[in-house]
Design a protein around this ligand. Structure first.
Ligand code: AMP
Ligand code: MG
Length: 444
């Protein structure tokens, strides 16, 4: 584990008083390490967990060629461009059991979605495109059916007419192993098991999967003006919201949360809280008390107990932040303002926690949207504006801000569906310019 000073020394242009957002992320990538312990969990328990090892597929999925549609399976070499193909239906292949018969030239098999393709048949005509009719049958087996030719008495056979120029060889057939190949990695270590991945694990017939242990994150709010729920209002005090947003953000990320409440601004209480959090958790998140000139003990206690850097980040909102280690736990000392808490979490803490979880998930992709308004911006800092992205009539994306962008205005985060990211070097934006947006969907 490298100290704050060691990491700082290796970082190009490290200036704790004016750190760029990129430099913060580069620093944190050096600071954190993935948890090592793993456990085997049932597939239902695996949602949101991080895969410990590459998952090698023990089977092919699907295990055999099968039909993608309800229809009629046939041998496509009989298709002609100029005439419909008339085939005698000689059986039915149901999903879940192999049809035992064999179909020769001039024959087809009624087939259900998912049923194994009978031997020698490679194409399926969907039932809605086939014309089916019953025909009297003279008893002779096999051979192409001549439309309307049969007159003799006896049994009735079912004839399927396939229109010309509709199908190509292999249409509506799913190939064995087209999803996953036996012996190949189906998922790579570090994959966050979201619903599709959980389903994929199950599709391999696996009942359990090896994942990294859950990351334990302790959090508390600081500040003598912060009221816990249930406390009577008093002048100058506000109810604690940060613990609840942090709880939500961590829970969404799949962390094990350790809620340590509101810690009053007394050295003994702060010391006990930090010590306990460091013992129980891999990471500690606090809010409040990290800006310069705070008349409180939070900064002093972080300094006393850990190896901590105090930064001024070139960003808005959320300038002050403390980062380091207390014991073996990584400390993220976030500012107090509720929007700043969420923005610093999304911009820095979330990527760092994902690394600690062992996830190789990159940052969420930024979307481009046309700004519906001008935005004043000075180059030299990153700004995160609360944005509402909508689809315009021509189908492109447009974004407007929520109005009041104060860092204490939590309602702006509720109205917004994403953050407009005005990058470090970017200058003011004119109405109609394209801007980057980090969408909240799947993130918070
Ligand atoms: P600080 O970073 O401690 O200077 O706090 C900045 C602003 O955020 C102040 O107006 C605080 O009252 C507010 N604040 C700090 N912690 C919380 C919290 N847990 N919930 C809501 N507001 C808070
Ligand atoms: Mg304060």
């Amino acid at each position: 584990m490298r100290s704050i000073a060691e990491i700082a020394a290796r970082l190009q242009g490290y200036d704790p008083q004016a750190l760029s957002a990129d430099a913060v992320n580069a620093f944190l990538a050096q600071l954190v390490e993935p948890v090592r312990d793993t456990e085997e969990v049932a597939v239902f328990e695996a949602l949101g967990r991080v895969l410990a090892d590459d998952l090698i597929s023990p089977i092919s999925v699907p295990p055999h060629d099968n039909s993608a549609m309800d229809g009629y399976a046939f041998d496509s070499s009989q298709l002609r461009p100029d005439a419909p193909l008339a085939l005698e239906m000689v059986g039915t292949a149901l999903a879940g059991k192999a049809w035992q018969g064999s179909a020769g030239p001039g024959q087809c098999v009624k087939i259900m979605t998912g049923a194994i393709m009978p031997a020698g048949l490679d194409t399926v005509v969907p039932q809605e495109f086939a014309t089916v009719r019953a025909e009297p049958f003279d008893g002779a087996q096999g051979g192409p059916v001549e439309a309307g030719a049969s007159t003799s008495t006896g049994s009735v056979r079912t004839v399927v007419l396939i229109p010309p120029n509709l199908l190509q060889a292999g249409d509506n057939r799913r190939l064995k192993g087209e999803d996953l190949h036996q012996g190949q990695p189906a998922l790579l270590a570090g994959e966050r098991l979201l619903p599709a991945a959980v389903g994929l694990v199950a599709s391999l017939g696996l009942k359990t999967v090896k994942v990294r242990r859950r990351l334990r994150v302790a959090y508390f709010s600081t500040g003598d003006e912060i009221l816990s729920l249930g406390e009577a209002p008093r002048e100058g005090a506000v109810y604690d919201s940060n613990r609840y947003t942090v709880f939500g953000l961590l829970t969404r990320l799949g962390c094990e949360v350790i809620d340590m409440g509101v810690v009053r601004d007394e050295p003994a209480l702060l010391e006990a809280a930090f010590a306990q959090a460091a013992q129980r958790a891999d990471a500690i998140i606090t809010s409040g008390g990290v800006s310069v000139g705070e008349a409180d003990y939070t900064r002093a206690m972080m300094k006393k107990l850990g190896d901590v850097a105090f930064w001024r980040i070139a960003m808005r909102p959320g300038r002050p932040m403390a980062v380091g280690r207390i014991g073996d736990a990584v400390l993220f000392g976030l500012p107090g303002n509720p929007v700043a808490v969420m923005v610093t979490f999304l911009a820095f803490v979330r990527p760092a926690l994902l690394r600690m979880m062992g996830a190789n998930a990159a940052n969420p992709p930024l979307l481009k949207a046309r700004s519906m308004e001008a935005m004043r911006k000075k180059p030299g800092r990153t700004e995160y504006q609360r944005g509402i992205v909508t689809r315009t009539q021509d189908g492109s994306l447009a974004v407007r801000t929520t109005g009041n962008q104060g860092s204490g205005v939590l309602s702006s985060m509720v109205q917004a569906n994403g953050l407009v990211v005005l990058h470090h070097g970017q200058a003011s934006v004119a109405a109609g310019d394209e801007v980057d947006v980090m969408m909240f969907e799947g993130v918070i």
